[in-house]
Design a protein around this ligand. Structure first.
Ligand code: UD1
Ligand code: CA
Length: 455
């Protein structure tokens, strides 16, 4: 689209009481400004400029440079002054859309409607607020035509009763900006160069002002403090939950779900309360996720069940597998079909073959486990000698007794059994019992101690 977009993000965000710049605070796991940039990009603008503040290098670094231009505004003398800093980076032949870096949830469809409605003139996104205090008011004439925007601090008591307010999101016509911005005055209550003054200017030049009324307050809600941030987070999560439920996912409680990334669900997925999904997560058909699971960058195949308090990062769970409660799958954990991983079992960088089980209290790291293997309680792969890591290979149909240590590199041959308590330092042959443990003896001559009477 032949369009300039300017995102204003130079404000300080004092009320966040944080050393993190306001626009980098996360919403749904993604910085506020990134939400705005992502939405801006859906409009395919030819120029996308972020106006950032003094000391905002961290903001630039966090966003990366790809397809973005940056304009420094220092000092910050108002929204009109902010847009003026971006002017050299814009194409004057195209209209300019202004967005705010701290208004993260504005929707693509709303912006498209605003751009379309502008016609040859100026487009304003407005909203009706029960409590409009703090906002610029939209002043209309008797015929309902917009005359100007008046900031709260400059408004008359009569104007303050207006409940239609300026969201700050505006589309400006081509060519006019250099002159209009240069002629802004800061003769107002705040001593700032208000971008909103261009509205009265456009009217005086006989230009039309089109407005689009935002449907939801959340869409145009800005973030000034952590209360507003938390409110918007719930709004955002609520909308994600709704989309999931509408596509057939059963959520035990849509208000107790957090998605910080992208969650893709097939049919008949059920998710219990308190779960957090981060990064890219795929839940295939019929997957059940128990309460309080934290699942990051994972694929859960058809019909698998994750019991309560399962933690997962960079893992893949095969069809009909059962995981948890209290299981931890770390990066590179891959469970094949029908595998079981139970409570207090940690698996890292390992492949667990079909129908294999590690049901209690085990650590399996850097291992290749075959099919139908049983890993007893307390089994540990000793994969690290303090300097290097080594692999453990456990072939099909192996039975590993409880409390076994496999000192890698080591291989357990097909169908072998390891006796409980074994410390395996050499390969165990296929089909045989290997055990490393002192022989059990009973001392028949032993006498129980008796209490010595006090003198
Ligand atoms: C502004 C609007 C007001 C509107 C309100 C909506 C003006 C004069 N007023 O008021 O009509 O109802 O937003 O929230 O435009 N910023 C800069 N540089 C500056 C000043 C601001 O980049 O010098 C950025 C801020 O980071 C923020 C946005 O512009 O993202 C709005 O600034 P803010 O100070 O919140 O504007 P308001 O006074 O609330
Ligand atoms: Ca504000």
């Amino acid at each position: 689209m032949s369009l300039n977009i300017v995102i204003l993000a130079a404000g300080q965000g004092k009320r966040m009481y944080s050393s993190l710049p306001k626009v980098l605070h996360p919403l749904g796991g993604k910085p506020l400004l990134q939400h705005v940039i992502d939405t801006a990009r859906t409009l395919s603008p030819d120029h996308l400029v972020v106006v950032y503040g003094h000391g905002g290098e961290t903001v630039r670094e966090a966003m990366g440079e790809a397809g973005l231009a940056w304009a420094l505004q220092s000092p910050q003398l108002g929204t009109g002054h902010a847009v003026a800093q971006a002017l050299p980076l814009l194409n004057p032949e195209w209209p300019t859309l202004v967005l705010y870096g701290d208004v993260p949830l504005v929707q693509q469809a709303t912006l498209e409607a605003l751009i379309a409605k502008r016609g040859e003139g100026l487009g304003l996104l407005t909203v009706q607020l029960q409590n409009p205090s703090g906002y610029g008011r939209i002043v209309r004439d008797a015929a309902g035509l917009v005359q100007s925007i008046v900031e709260e601090k400059d408004a008359t008591p009569f104007q303050r009763q207006i409940t239609e307010v300026n969201t700050g999101i505006i589309v400006l016509p081509p060519k006019v900006l250099p002159e209009w911005l240069a002629q802004l005055s800061n003769d107002n209550a705040q001593g700032e160069y208000y971008l909103t003054d261009v509205v009265a200017r456009a009217v005086s030049e006989g230009m039309s002002i089109a407005t689009v009324l935002s449907e939801g307050e959340w869409e145009v809600q800005g973030v000034n403090n952590k209360v507003q941030l938390a409110d918007l987070e719930r709004q955002f999560q609520g909308r994600l939950a709704r989309v999931l439920m509408e596509s057939g996912v059963r959520l035990a409680d849509p208000t107790r779900l957090d998605i910080r990334g992208h969650l893709e669900c097939a049919r008949d997925v059920a998710i219990d309360v308190g779960c957090i999904f981060e990064g890219q997560v795929v839940l295939e058909e019929g997957v059940e996720v128990g309460p309080y699971c934290v699942i990051r960058n994972a694929v859960i195949r058809k019909g698998a069940r994750l019991a309560a308090f399962t933690h997962m990062d960079g893992a893949e769970v095969g069809p009909a597998a059962i995981v948890g409660p209290y299981a931890r799958l770390r990066p590179g954990a891959v469970l094949a079909e029908g595998a079981h991983v139970g409570n207090f079992v940690e698996i890292k960088n390992s492949h667990i073959g079909p129908q294999s089980k590690a049901n209690h209290l085990a650590y399996v790291g850097d291992a290749d486990v075959g099919a139908r293997v049983n890993i007893g309680a307390g089994t540990i792969t000793c994969n690290y000698d303090g300097v290097n890591k080594f692999r453990t290979i456990i072939e099909d149909d192996v039975f590993i007794g409880s409390d076994t240590q496999l000192v890698a590199p080591v291989r357990v041959g097909q169908g072998a059994t390891l006796g409980a308590g074994t410390t395996l330092t050499r390969d165990a042959p296929a089909g045989a019992l290997t055990v490393s443990r002192a022989r059990q003896t009973t001392i028949t001559t032993w006498k129980k101690p008796v209490k010595v009477p006090k003198a």
